[in-house]
Every structure is written in structure tokens, then in C-alpha cells.
Design a protein around this ligand. Sequence first.
Ligand SMILES: C[S@@+](CC[C@H](N)C(=O)[O-])C[C@H]1O[C@@H](n2cnc3c(N)ncnc32)[C@H](O)[C@@H]1O
Length: 304
Amino acid sequence: MAYNNTITTRSLGTASEGIKDQYADGKAAKIWEIFVGDKNSRTQNYKNFLVGLLKRKGCKRILDVACGTGIDSILLLEEGFEVVSVDASDKMLKYALKSRWNRRKEPAFDNWIIEEANWLTLYDDIEHIVGNGFDAVICLGNSFAHMLDNFGDQREQKQALRNFEKCVKPGGLLLIDHRNYDNIIDSGNTASKCIYYNSEHTTDIKTSVLFVGGRPALVTLDYLIDTSSHDDEKTDIIYPEDSISEFRLSYYPHRLKVFTTMLMEAFGENSDFKLYGDFKKLEEIEIPDFYIHVVEKSSTFFSS
Ligand SMILES: C[S@@+](CC[C@H](N)C(=O)[O-])C[C@H]1O[C@@H](n2cnc3c(N)ncnc32)[C@H](O)[C@@H]1O
């Protein structure tokens, strides 16, 4: 059922120039780790998939291009990977920087590189760190869908994917995901608990789909999280004073077919493309909440 609401894509405090940081008011950043749930492991099959694949492929140096508060990056650091983390939102990065400081005595955290960067200029922003390319680039947690289509031809999304490709070494991997927007558009509903988000608190997501010229152009999710009951002893999370937290995020509703084509254009047909649903093989799952694309960049691909 579509939710009738006024669409506001920008949160208060967002600059009118430059990249639109939907996390600029700090509301989502403050509650993000509570929403994600079990911070140490997210869900076990998520961790098993990610860590298992990266180890099997011999990856050591990982670039997390949407590190947010640092959840995936920390998981990988704890598993022995060398991690470089970037994000465009200083409000989100603040939490990653705090974790790095708190654990600075651990060599992995002391060496953890965290930079502010925007996907549109990513390669130029971090060229000095990219070197011959990362063994793997990850863009997870429905992050890529934050990039809206400002020109109606997806040119910015294509540019961002090209930048990701430039950061992957030949033969390296890109792991990128998005919610199952085909299903969200058809059903008008969004799952609040899934492989990524596993909060013990009551969570509700209201879904609005905006159609422009008969085509779905924007999905707005209103998140409501009830933290009235929690166990302080169990976690180092600082709970907000208000027991009900609300925040709104807007996304570009990627159709699976179109997104896959964009990925192929960015990485070239000689690369290898695999698709998973909720980190499982597609035949094992009827309607996934998330699609995860794993691209193995051709070792002979030369980008322009
Ligand atoms: C949904 S959060 C996910 C964070 C983390 N991967 C996780 O799953 O918890 C999405 C992140 O993408 C970042 N982001 C959105 N657009 C971006 C852009 N153009 N360049 C860099 N980061 C961006 C946001 O600032 C935000 O921290």
C-alpha cells in the first residue's frame, strides 16, 4: 500500500550546493547502528558471504566506498583485511572516526584510512591511495541508490560506477547491492528486517513511490524505530533520549535489468557478473529483499 506523504528529499541542514548529503541533519547517523542491529556481526549469513568470498578470492586490500558509520569496514578490519573507507557524509564518518580513535591501539585500526569522498569524483579524490587498484571495492547497505537521477539519463550513476571500476585492480572485485526495487514498486512495501537490518527494536518503514511521466523516479522511506525498551548492559550504543526515532531517506529505484546493464557498461562484457538474492543463489530464494551484484573485473579491461 503506497504511503501518502509529502516528498522532501533534503534533510534540514543540507547544503544547497554540491552533493546532497541526506544524512546532514545527523538524525539517521545517530540511530543507524541501532537500526542495523547486532553491530558485531550484522546477520551471520551476510558476514559469512562477504568474508568468505573475499578470502576465497585472495583479497587483502578493500575499499569501502560507502562506509557510513563504519559497520562493514570494522567487520573486515576485525577479519584481518586492510581497509580504506570513504563516505560523503561527515555526520556518518564521525562515528567511524570515533571507532578508529577508540581502538587506535590495535594495529589494524591504527592503519585504517578514512577519507571524505564523493563517488562523482572518487578516483580523483583518492588516486594517491588507489595505486594499482584495490583487490575489492564494496558498496553495500543499499547505499548506491542514494544517488538520484538529476538529469533523467542516469549519467551521474554511470559516472560513479566508472569511478568504482577505476579503483578495482584488473581481476579484482566489486560488490554492490540495492534493495529489490522491482518488488517495492509492485507491492508498495519495504521489509524493515532483513539480512542487513536486524534490530531488536520495533522498526517500521513507510514506503512512498513517486512516479514521473509514468516511470518510478524516487522511493522515499520513512523509518520509525522504537527504542523504549533496551538493555544498557548489553551494548556500548548510546540511546537517544526520545524513545521514538524517525528519519527519512530517499532512493533511486533501480530496476534490476537496467542496473545490471549499467554495471556491464562500466566494467565491460569481458568481466564476470554474478547476482545473488539476500546473499543466496537466486534459485534458493523466492523474492529477495536485496540484490547483491558481484563483478570480477576482467584482467584485460582497460578503462578510458
Ligand atoms: C545507507 S548508508 C550505508 C552505510 C554502510 N555501508 C552500512 O551499510 O551501514 C549509505 C551511505 O552512503 C553514503 N553516500 C551516499 N551518496 C554518496 C556519494 N555520492 N558519495 C559518497 N558516499 C555517499 C552516505 O553518506 C551514507 O553514509
